[in-house]
Design a protein around this ligand. Structure first.
Ligand SMILES: *[C@@H]1O[C@H](CO)[C@@H](O)[C@H](O)[C@H]1NC(C)=O
Ligand SMILES: *[C@@H]1O[C@H](CO)[C@@H](O)[C@H](O)[C@H]1NC(C)=O
Ligand SMILES: *[C@@H]1O[C@H](CO)[C@@H](O)[C@H](O)[C@H]1NC(C)=O
Ligand SMILES: *[C@@H]1O[C@H](CO)[C@@H](O)[C@H](O)[C@H]1NC(C)=O
Length: 496
């Protein structure tokens, strides 16, 4: 076990034992009917839930508070009923204080939407409890928010379509309850790594679901499972469900990476869960550098590069810039990201037919590619073959991700890792040292077809010298624009 796995395991174990010792496996929030009755009697006046409307980017300023039924607060806060209204809802907390991400998210939202009513829903007193108790409060807090929205509708004719609820972790399910119980339909709910424990696999009414708003988008960043539980919910629960980096292992979240950056151990535990917030903040701040996600049935097919299509709305921006699509449910989408902001990178699908020319039936080649672009070149990138092996006499498809914009692709160098590169693997070393001139494995690659995910452009690259298409361990071949044409099957570009 590496350290990250170990500590995650400990953390999850704590959460899990907390859950199971108190509630048993099929725990369900109690008291739902009580809360519903209270709402119908219109008596929910729980002042422990606060609606802090942010007025200034200076986060030390307290802002002002909205209270259901108190009209004077609306004026005092200069609530603008024709502008967007964005509620930010935190999750379970151990400290009983706002965490750093909250400040980042609030200021990013305010900078992007400077006329919007930005309201932080403060339910700290109810969330700073044992996890199962905090879960038990999500319905009540959701109802309270629904109540607030109903009042705003009555008082100011607030159009619910302009309301966007953003919930992190447990807060995502709070937003779900608010959306279920409000009179009408809110415009949008964004779930940032919605909590998994006690929500995975439960009925739609008891968690965030596509019916809770006109558009429900979800970012899943910490779905790795330990002991049958994951901190973030694994199943798709929105209209679109985006799984950056497969939804589990986030780059930059390894123990050493985080400790060297912040020196704080808690940050290691939170890194992947909180990544959802930082990706969302990134989407608010970096409007010119949007990240795209691509619809795919699963992470393995995505990693093979099969799913880079934008046809029929199969791709979308992530985070705040996500476009509402014709109503669909639980559409899983994937992308790779960088380890830090700006998180967006560039995806390429590559297809090449690898011919087995000689002695290669068991050669098990390892390929690298280097991409040369108009602006910059990449380093040697390992061709990550999802099935573990390059298929011989077959067309192989794989995904290449670059962090930098290299500009239009000009040429590709394909490298078959030779002896010098495979010292890590004794068997490969042993095998390759046996290769004499007579038994040297020889493969051949004639063309590499490329599709760029971000631009949807397709290109074909041919061996520089078409009479020399053979490659052996330790050698490289360069592929340039094919003489018979640069673009392949030019297609209408999909407007982003
Ligand atoms: C859940 O909340 C209700 C009130 O909302 C309370 O009566 C009940 O005891 C709580 N259950 C647990 C396990 O805390
Ligand atoms: C209220 O918001 C609308 C829409 O964003 C804007 O046009 C209007 O100027 C705002 N009113 C005030 C008083 O800020
Ligand atoms: C690939 O084709 C070559 C020549 O047609 C043949 O010799 C070889 O056995 C085939 N290899 C595999 C793995 O199918
Ligand atoms: C090219 O990439 C290298 C490393 O990835 C980077 O240091 C350099 O600044 C880039 N150059 C340009 C012109 O973008």
């Amino acid at each position: 076990m590496n350290h990250r796995v170990l500590f995650t395991w400990i953390f999850v174990h704590c959460v899990a034992s907390l859950l199971y010792s108190i509630h048993g496996e099929n725990a369900v929030p109690e008291g739902e009917n009580d809360e519903l009755n209270k709402l119908s009697e219109n008596k929910v006046l729980d002042r422990s839930i606060k609606y802090n409307m942010r007025k200034s980017l200076d986060l030390d300023q307290e802002g002002c508070y909205l209270q259901t039924g108190k009209k004077e607060c609306l004026e005092k806060c200069s609530f603008n009923a024709t502008a967007k209204t964005i509620f930010i809802i935190h999750g379970w907390t151990m400290s009983g204080m706002f965490e750093n991400w909250m400040h980042k998210l609030v200021s990013a939202v305010m900078q992007r939407e400077n006329e919007a009513n930005v309201v932080v829903v403060d339910w700290l007193s109810r969330s700073q409890q044992l996890y199962p108790d905090a879960v038990n409060h999500t319905l009540g807090v959701g109802l309270d928010i629904a109540n607030m929205l109903n009042w705003l509708q009555e008082e100011l004719q607030l159009p619910l379509q302009n309301v966007h609820l953003i919930g992190y972790s447990l807060g995502a399910h709070v937003a779900g309850y608010a959306g279920t119980h409000v009179q009408g339909t809110v415009g949008r709910i964004t779930g940032l790594d919605p909590a998994g424990p006690m929500f995975e696999g439960v009925e739609e009414e008891k968690r965030l679901s596509p019916d809770d708003a006109d558009f429900v988008d979800v970012l899943h960043t910490y779905t790795r499972e330990a002991l049958g539980v994951s901190i973030g919910i694994q199943q798709p629960i929105g209209d679109i469900d985006i799984y950056p980096n497969g939804g589990d292992i986030q780059p930059g979240c390894a123990l050493a990476d985080v400790l060297s950056l912040t020196g704080n151990f808690m940050d290691v535990l939170k890194c992947e869960h909180e990544r959802s917030v930082h990706l969302f903040v990134d989407s608010l701040m970096n409007k010119d550098h949007m990240s795209f996600a691509y619809q795919c049935t699963g992470p393995d097919r995505f990693k093979k590069g099969i799913c880079l299509s934008c046809r029929k709305n199969r791709c979308n921006n992530i985070g705040y810039n996500a476009r509402k699509m014709r109503k669909r449910r639980n559409t899983k989408m994937y992308l790779k990201t960088r380890a830090d902001t700006p998180f967006g990178g560039y995806h390429y699908q590559m297809k090449m037919h690898v011919f087995n020319r000689k002695h290669s039936d068991h050669a098990d080649p390892i390929f690298n590619v280097k991409l040369y672009g108009a602006n910059n070149d990449t380093t040697n990138l390992l061709v990550d073959v999802q099935d573990g092996k390059i298929g011989l006499n077959l067309t192989n498809t794989f995904l290449v991700f670059t962090e930098d914009d290299i500009g239009d692709l000009l040429k590709i160098r394909l490298v078959w890792e030779g002896e010098a590169d495979s010292l890590g693997s004794f068997w490969k070393y042993f095998k390759s040292s046996l290769w004499s001139q007579k038994t040297k494995p020889i493969l051949a690659v004639r063309r590499i077809r490329v599709k760029a995910g971000e631009t949807q452009k397709k290109f074909a690259f041919c061996a520089e010298d078409l009479s020399k298409i053979e490659i052996s361990p330790g050698e490289s071949k360069t592929f340039v624009k094919c003489p018979d044409g640069w673009d392949v099957k030019p297609r209408k570009r999909v407007p982003m």
